[in-house]
Design a protein around this ligand. Sequence first.
Ligand code: NAP
Length: 311
Amino acid sequence: MLAYWALAGRIACFTMPKLIDGRAIAEKVYVDLRREIAELRAKGITPGLAVILVGDNAASRAYVRSKDKMCRELGLHSLKLELPASTTQTELLSRVDELNQDSSIHGILVQSPPPEHIDEPAIVRALDPRKDVDGFHPENVAKLVIDEPTGFVPCTPLGVQRLLVESEIEINGAHVVVLGRSMIVGKPLALLLMQKNKNGNATVTVVHSRSRDLVQITRSADIVIAAIGRAEFVKADYVREGAVVIDVGINRVEDTTSERGYRLVGDVAFDEVSKKASAITPVPGGVGPMTIAMLMANTVKATRQSLLQLQ
Ligand code: NAP
């Protein structure tokens, strides 16, 4: 009888994956940030973040609102610049230049995607790399490649790494398979997790839409990270028993039972994959809250570094 209960307990443990709670981990980040911000303010310095939104994309507007709200909650100086969709490249460049020169602003972010007539890479290159808290400027990309810690790493990859570290998931030596090779998530994430340090040292494989034998590759991973923007693409047979699964995807699917007419799902088929995973992030409430927490962390880092440059 005892043996039966021991076995049942073990089975129950295995079929109940650890849910990685992004909201709770983001709160931990904010506790540390509040202390750092209080220290800076005691010296008369308030970290400042400027967010530029061009046009009226509804999703972008919502993201900008939540960034502004979080800044205010933490006591940061928040500047929200809402420009009309007709804003020209020259006008936008001149706004970026003003913010580059503004000493009350330590971080600048131009919400993506801008309207089509805007040359986004040129705008990113115009940012002062010391204020590029999104980590998209070529100088910061290079710093990530050469393991230079003064650079800024894009917020979502940084958030994914922090989720793994805080959940005590071993990255060192693990085989991580990243689905997706975008400059916002997949590529920087691969670089970050293969860095030669205690929160890196992973063996990273990146797969994308042209990869052959994708399922065979993902099944060999200790950690699967999905960032492809395809609703519930990663099924149970994509992961091995006991793998850790991080879902970066945010996809809207029609849901007539919801007031909004849609619901949010990730790139992972949560119900079936969670039965095999040892740990998994939900959508929403997984990676999403970490992205904004890392934006705040990058802004505080930019402020700290700006003080060192003044010395
Ligand atoms: P993206 O720029 O569209 O890149 C998607 C990547 O996935 C590309 O590399 C693409 O391959 C690959 N891909 C597409 N279909 C595939 C398939 N069937 N098999 C294998 N690979 C495939 O997207 P992104 O900006 O990285 O965003 C990815 C997802 O993460 C989206 O759902 C987005 O909303 C979400 N996201 C969430 C957060 C957050 O805070 N939680 C932040 C950023 C993004 P190719 O390169 O070959 O085209």
